[in-house]
Design a binder for this molecule. Structure first.
Ligand code: DC
Length: 233
């Protein structure tokens, strides 16, 4: 019997800038599922902390952030014109503001705190409880939805990931150098994989996808073939 794809939970985890969101967006479009970008949620908390001077000289004022965490409301809303999902922080569309190098440089630190993770994981579980989602992040298959129907663990070499992110930022007109992006990618890999709270790691039952040398279309075809094998489509 064919499984009900409209209820599926697809968890995509992996390193920074390895194309998780490209794959998640492509899959959600193909299968009419909701895309949930959990990195955007950690970025929104980081933006809130930066704007409220809760990060000074790179150091997070932990008690202050903890006492104000209840003031943060995050929604992922589909833009009716572009059909893109955009991040809203306390009713303000901050989709562009959360993608700057400044936010990228502090987000890994903010995402190490248990109280931040607890709040966002609860929100992510609520967003996905009825299924019909593709969720990407670092701990989706291990912590947020350990019973996800399909788990993917994506990776690519740091240089290839940095090049992709560099090209994206240059296109947006950001003034960055390749070396600082590479440094940011490597630092985030290190913090994300070595933190005590929900470190980035492959779930035992996740399929591994190294996309260093394949195109977005090839990776999409690969996943669609897996879904077919498993009777989802
Ligand atoms: O996917 P991204 O690069 O936008 O994520 C930004 C940061 O947020 C990343 O460096 C680690 C953190 N993150 C996390 O700890 N857990 C998640 N589920 C998603 C992101």
């Amino acid at each position: 019997m064919r499984k009900d794809i409209s209820r599926i939970i697809i968890a995509i985890d992996g390193h920074s800038s390895c194309g998780k969101s490209t794959l998640a967006k492509d899959l959600s479009r193909m299968l009419q599922l909701t895309y949930i970008d959990t990195g955007a949620m950690y970025r929104a908390v980081t933006l809130f902390a930066l704007r409220n001077n809760l990060i000074v000289n790179g150091v997070v004022d932990v008690p202050a952030l903890q006492s104000r965490i209840g003031e943060i409301s995050i929604e992922l809303i589909k833009n009716p014109i572009t059909a893109k999902v955009e991040t809203h922080l306390n009713d303000e569309n901050v989709e562009n503001e959360i993608r700057t190098l400044e936010v990228s440089s502090h987000v890994s630190a903010v995402s190490t705190f248990a109280f931040v993770r607890k709040r966002l994981v609860e929100l992510q579980q609520q967003m996905g409880e009825r299924g019909g989602i593709v969720m990407d992040g670092r701990d989706i298959g291990t912590v947020v939805f350990p019973n996800a129907d399909l788990k993917l663990f994506m990776t690519a070499s740091p240089e290839i990931r940095a090049k992709r992110r560099f090209d994206e930022m240059i296109q947006k007109g950001e003034e960055v150098t390749f070396d600082e992006i590479l440094e940011n990618v490597k630092t985030r890999d290190h913090i994300d994989s070595t933190r005590t709270e929900s470190p980035l790691k492959k779930a035992d039952d996740a399929l591994v996808l190294d996309n260093s040398h394949i195109t977005p279309q090839q990776q999409l075809d690969w996943i669609m073939a897996r879904l077919k094998e498993q009777g989802w489509i």
